[in-house]
Ligand binder design. Structure first.
Ligand code: ZN
Length: 412
C-alpha cells in the first residue's frame, strides 16, 4: 500500500477518534451542581438548559463528523478526485481555468453536502434554545453573498497561485508567500469597509451616557477611537459579542446590538476595555505576523510535495496537475495543522488573560468585567466546565471560571 495513503488514512481516522474522545470527555465533565460563582445568575432550569445545549451540540458535531468521515473515505478510496480531474480535463482548458473548475466542482459538492446540516443547526438546534433570529431569506442571501466572495476572492487567489507554480519554477513558493502575505494585510481594511457591511448594518452609537463613558475611557488610555458602531447582530442570533477592527489610524469598535441590550454601561466599558487590551498588547499584529510566517512555511513545504508521484498515486490519479497537488498537500498537511492550532489556541488563551487584566487595571473595576463575562456566559449558554483536554485542543478562550478567578486575583 502507498505510504502517503497510509499516512493520510491514519491521520483522518486518528483525528476523528481524537475529537470523538474529547467530546465524550466534555460530556462527562458536565457538572450538574452549579458553581458558587454563578449562584443568582443561573436559575436551576436555565443551568440545566445550558448543559442540554452543550449535549445537543456535541451530538450534532459527532453526527456531522461521522458523515463527513464516510464521504471523504469513499471519495479518496474510490478515486473521486480522479473523476473530477477527468471531467475538468475534457473541457480542454489550460491550467488556470482547469484549476478553477476543479476547485469549483469540489466546492459546490462539499457545499451541497454541508448545507442541510447547517440548516438543521440554525433552524432546529439554535431555534430550540431561542438563539435563532435568522429568517430563511437572510440565510439564502448570506449564502449567495458568500458564493460571490468565494468566486471573486477565492478565484483570484487560486489563479495567482496556479500562475506562480506553473511559471516561476523553484521560487514559486516565495512569490506565492509574498502575494498572499500582502493579501492577508490588505484584507483587514477590506473586511471592515466592504465585506462586513455586506452582511450587517453598522450605525454609529448614538449620543448618550454609554457613548460618553466609552469615549472618556478611550481618552484615559490614549486609544484613538475613530468610530463606535452598533452592529445589527440580532438579525441572525440573540448571542452577543464585540470586536475591534481597523488598521493604522482607523480604530473602530463594533458592538452587537444584542450586547448593549443585556449589559450595564459599566459592563460595556469593561468589555470594550478588553478589546482595547488586545490592541494595546499587540495581539492583533502578532497574530497576523504568525499567520504570515506560517503561510511561508506552508508554501515552502507545498513546493516540495506538489508533483510527488507517490502522493498522486495515493489518490488514484491518472495525471499530475498543480491544482490537484494543492489539494492533496493540504490533506497531507492537516495533522500538522492540528498540532499548530493547539499552540495557536494556547497563545490565544494567554492573550485573553492579558486583555482581561488590561481591562481590570485600566478601568480600575475588575468587578465590571467579571459581571460582564458572567452575563455574557449565561446569555450564550456557555459551558462552565469544559474538560481540560477539550480546552487544550479547541478553546481559543480560557474557561469563564478561570478568567473570573484570574480577575479576582487582580482585585485582591
Ligand atoms: Zn478577547
Amino acid at each position: 500500500m502507498n505510504i502517503y495513503l497510509i499516512i493520510i488514512l491514519t491521520a483522518i481516522l486518528g483525528e476523528f477518534l481524537l475529537r470523538t474522545v474529547v467530546r465524550v470527555l466534555n460530556l462527562k465533565a458536565l457538572n450538574p451542581i452549579l458553581s458558587q460563582e454563578f449562584k443568582g445568575y443561573y436559575e436551576p432550569e436555565k443551568y440545566a438548559q445550558s448543559q442540554e445545549y452543550t449535549r445537543m451540540n456535541s451530538k450534532f458535531a459527532f453526527f456531522t463528523s461521522s458523515f463527513d468521515l464516510c464521504i471523504i473515505l469513499v471519495f479518496i478510496l474510490f478515486g473521486g478526485f480522479n473523476y473530477v480531474d477527468n471531467f475538468v480535463r475534457e473541457l480542454g482548458f489550460s491550467t488556470i481555468p482547469s484549476g478553477l473548475f476543479f476547485f469549483g466542482v469540489l466546492f459546490i459538492a462539499s457545499d451541497l453536502i454541508s448545507t442541510p446540516f447547517s440548516v438543521y443547526h440554525q433552524f432546529v438546534i439554535e431555534e430550540r434554545f431561542n438563539f435563532n433570529k435568522m429568517s430563511y431569506k437572510t440565510f439564502i442571501l448570506d449564502k449567495l453573498k458568500g458564493y460571490l466572495l468565494t468566486i471573486i476572492l477565492g478565484g483570484l487567489i487560486i489563479s495567482v497561485l496556479l500562475f506562480f507554480f506553473e511559471k516561476t519554477g523553484d521560487l514559486a513558493w516565495l512569490y506565492s508567500w509574498g502575494i498572499i502575505g500582502l493579501f492577508m494585510i490588505l484584507i483587514q481594511p477590506l473586511f471592515t469597509t466592504v465585506i462586513a457591511p455586506m452582511f450587517n448594518k453598522f450605525t454609529p452609537l448614538e449620543e448618550g451616557e454609554l457613548r460618553s463613558k466609552i469615549e472618556s475611557y478611550a481618552k484615559s488610555v490614549k486609544f484613538p477611537l475613530s468610530r463606535i458602531d452598533v452592529m445589527d447582530g440580532s438579525r441572525r442570533s440573540s448571542k452577543s459579542n464585540a470586536y475591534f477592527s481597523g488598521f493604522g489610524k482607523q480604530k473602530r469598535i463594533a458592538l452587537f446590538d444584542t450586547l448593549i441590550e443585556k449589559h450595564s454601561n459599566e459592563e460595556m466599558v469593561a468589555i470594550l476595555a478588553h478589546e482595547v487590551g488586545h490592541y494595546k498588547k499587540h495581539h492583533i499584529k502578532i497574530g497576523l505576523l504568525i499567520s504570515i510566517l506560517h503561510t511561508g512555511i506552508l508554501f515552502w513545504l507545498l513546493s516540495l510535495f506538489i508533483d510527488n508521484p507517490g502522493l498522486f498515486e495515493a489518490f488514484k490519479m491518472e495525471q499530475i496537475s498543480i491544482y490537484a497537488g494543492f489539494t492533496f498537500f493540504m490533506i497531507l498537511y492537516s495533522p500538522i495543522e492540528l498540532i499548530i492550532s493547539v499552540f495557536m489556541n494556547a497563545l490565544s488563551r494567554r492573550n485573553e488573560f492579558q486583555a482581561d487584566s488590561y481591562s481590570a487595571v485600566t478601568t480600575k473595576h475588575p468587578e465590571d468585567l467579571i459581571e460582564g463575562l458572567k452575563n455574557l456566559s449565561v446569555s450564550n449558554l456557555g459551558n462552565l466546565t469544559p474538560h481540560p483536554f477539550s480546552i487544550l485542543l479547541d478553546h481559543s478562550h480560557p474557561p469563564i471560571l478561570n478568567r473570573i478567578a484570574a480577575l479576582r486575583k487582580i482585585s485582591a
